[in-house]
Design a binder for this molecule. Structure first.
Ligand code: NAD
Length: 356
């Protein structure tokens, strides 16, 4: 089977880390008999420089015609002076909306080999954690009515949150299905003691729990969840939550792994074409120096194999190769604490070698 992959290399370290993931996918293709074809499209600052806009029409059309899309990162000081709509980062919201990606999956796992990088207390680190956050991506307060008006005390601004039954059901379904493939434990996070949207969210999640008797499902208020993530992260398996709560909690969860260069993500919609990207930015401070950690992007490619192409064995092979490389002590500079380290290309070579 031939899988068509759109490549959005973007800016800064984007081209280096996307090229690493492409090499790993080519190795997987060779080893397991699949064919991947890669077509690059412009996005972010690179697109502004060549076409005058961060998300050209050809890029959107190319992504929509692909079986899946791999993104590096966008942005950098060169484009920081541009106004909101013209900035490279604007392309991220645009491409997610154009592809109808309403789910963001963010795994946050503490690698045993990287325990020393975790900022939490030793006894908490010793327990480890392996969480997937399922965040609603196209609804809620980030997309609701907003504006300015004159209120009781003069000038005021407002944002509104609305969630429909359809939006809650479709994200909860993804979360239950994700939990079913893992440790069958789902925590739904809301603010049902205050917000109507959360009360509807909770009611629908409870209704749906009846269809997933094999998944243990519980609720947690978002303020408590923020505490529990640093107090006892091992209690979580899959978390499902709204757009804004997911935005905040997924950053908190990524921080407690202690390694920004390690964390992948997947954004998914109704069909199997997804957008896969590392959670970090374009790291302009190390761009073009062959220093970036390519693992987050390589693991994003592994998520693509699993969620877009249903190639579970091939996906797991990448995850296992990364685990073994780390267990054997290989590190890029971000994780080496001044000790000898591998370059981007050398780390990619090592992962490819371990795939054999
Ligand atoms: P950043 O994630 O790019 O960098 C933060 C720090 O982490 C830097 O010191 C960087 O060198 C380091 N780092 C990040 N990824 C790394 C990797 N793979 N290997 C080694 N070190 C790594 O965040 P920032 O500095 O706040 O943002 C830089 C630019 O990226 C900005 O223009 C920002 O808007 C953009 N950005 C883009 C995305 C995206 O494309 N999804 C996300 C966040 C930020």
């Amino acid at each position: 089977m031939n899988y068509k992959i759109g490549l959005l290399r973007g800016d800064g370290i984007g081209p280096e880390i996307v090229d690493s993931a492409v090499r790993v996918l080519e190795k997987i293709g060779e080893k397991y008999g699949h064919s991947f074809s890669f077509t690059p499209y412009l996005i972010g600052g690179a697109a502004i420089d060549q076409c005058g806009e961060p998300l050209p029409k050809e890029t959107v059309e190319g992504c929509l015609a692909s079986d899946s899309v791999l993104l590096g990162a966008v942005g950098g000081p060169k484009w920081d002076g541009l106004s909101g709509d013209k900035r490279p980062e604007k392309a991220l919201l645009g491409i997610r909306a154009a592809m109808g990606l309403f789910t963001n999956l963010r795994p946050a796992k503490l690698y045993p080999a990287l325990k020393a990088d975790c900022p939490l207390r030793e006894d908490i680190v010793a327990q480890g954690f392996d969480i997937v956050i399922v965040r609603e991506l196209t609804g809620g307060i980030y997309f609701g009515d907003r504006g300015y008006r004159t209120g009781k005390y003069g000038e005021e601004a407002f944002d509104t949150e609305a969630y429909s039954r359809m939006e809650i059901e479709r994200i909860a379904k993804v979360a239950f299905e994700t939990a079913r493939k893992r440790n069958k434990k789902l925590t739904s996070i809301d603010k049902a003691n205050v917000l109507e949207t959360s009360r509807l969210w909770r009611k629908i999640v409870h209704e749906m729990a009846a269809d997933y008797p094999d998944v243990s499902c519980s609720d947690m208020l978002v303020d408590n969840a923020a505490m529990q993530l640093v107090r006892n992260p091992a209690q979580f398996d899959v978390i499902v939550t709204s757009n804004m709560f997911g935005d905040i909690l997924s950053d908190e969860a990524s921080q407690i792994t202690g390694s920004i260069g390690m964390l992948p993500s997947a954004s998914l919609g109704d069909n199997t074409c997804g957008l896969y990207e590392p959670i970090h930015g374009s790291a302009p401070d190390i761009a073009g120096q062959n220093k970036a950690n390519p693992i987050a992007t390589i693991l994003s490619a592994a998520m693509m194999l699993l969620y877009s192409f249903n190639l579970a064995k091939e996906s797991q092979a990448i995850v296992d190769a990364v685990d073994r490389v780390l267990n054997d002590g290989y590190r890029t500079a971000d994780l080496a604490h001044g000790k000898p380290s591998l370059s981007t290309v050398e780390m990619t070579d090592k992962i490819i070698e371990y795939l054999d």
